[in-house]
Design a protein around this ligand. Sequence first.
Ligand code: FE
Ligand code: ZN
Length: 411
Amino acid sequence: MDPTGAPAPPGSVEDFLRYFKDRFERLSSLLRMRMDARDASTVAAALRAGQNSEVKMIGMVREKREGDGKLVVVLEDLEATATVVFTPRAGSSAYDTATRLMPDQVVCVRAVKIAGDLFLAKELVGPDVPLARRENTKLDGPLYAVLISDLHYGSRSFLHDLFGRFLSWLKGEVGTRRLRELAGGVKYVVIAGDLVDGVGVYPGQEEELEVKDVVEQYEGVAELLSELPDHIEVIMIPGNHDACRKALPQPAVPKKYAGPLYEDDRFHFFGNPSLIALHGARLLIYHGNSFDDMVSTVPGMAFDRPLEMMRLVLWARHLAPTYGLKTPIAPLAEDLLVVEEVPDVFHTGHIHVAGSGGYKGVLLVNSGCWQAQTPYQRARGIRPTPGRAFLVDLHGLGVRELDFTRPELWA
Ligand code: FE
Ligand code: ZN
């Protein structure tokens, strides 16, 4: 799945209406595949139920309000709206889950009708992913992909030395014997966006740029990546710093900016997000643009805990649930941000903090960055973890974090 080339309508009210209907229908069908949501009714049917009777309905979160130790969620579908109250007493796990609800996501609620359009929630179900298999962290060879992101080439803070060390390792020039052996099995380098720092991304960025022209930035990236041995292919998607549409889903960076990255046939540029298969392993690659909104709206989410956000996204089966905050969304005819297919590996970046883990058999990797802390990040208290790469074996899906900041490993 690659959104590049999917037509983006201008963004009239009708376009958005069609987009959100498509989202609602896709996520409803994912919910209805679950045993516990299969028999859910529409909101209108729940409104017709008698007082004190139990109902189950699927709706999109229109609004979430907190206060008095309870949580009020307004749910809507294509015809009607209901007000659902979550209290710790009526259903404590439902209440806890509801605190992490994001506006515009689609969920199923089992509730008791109190009066009129008012319901008391007993259970809250997200589309979620089915439990597929046991999680595996042991690395097994001999076919690997290396997952990285957020080079920010062109920034004064781009870490030339660490990235050079990473390339030298892949060329078999540095590393302990075991690490060189592993390098020999690497067939793919996957980059989850922010290849370059871009230009005009935030006010005052000019001061922080070493390369001030965006085409020259992509030339620089292409020059570095072309050092890779011939048998390695590079798969890239854009991020919010790259030179393409900022609204999700983002198409691949056009040739007029990233020309040199299209000249080498080992390089493959896709959109953000993309779902690709490498020797049977399915990777969902997403830059992570919506993590900003999740940190600002969901309690417990933080810039130094990427895995929590990745789990929440999989639970919602949507990469960017909330519309209207900092993550622009293009109203495509089909909502390509719905996680239709459950991947084997979910790879993100954007928040510059590396981490890996699992969720219901899906391997989660947030791949860090190759840029030192910028003044912008310092002002916001964000402490990046640069110089990390994740080696994933494409058969057993084991993972190993490689730390290029430790000189003793890379002599
Ligand atoms: Fe970035
Ligand atoms: Zn980013």
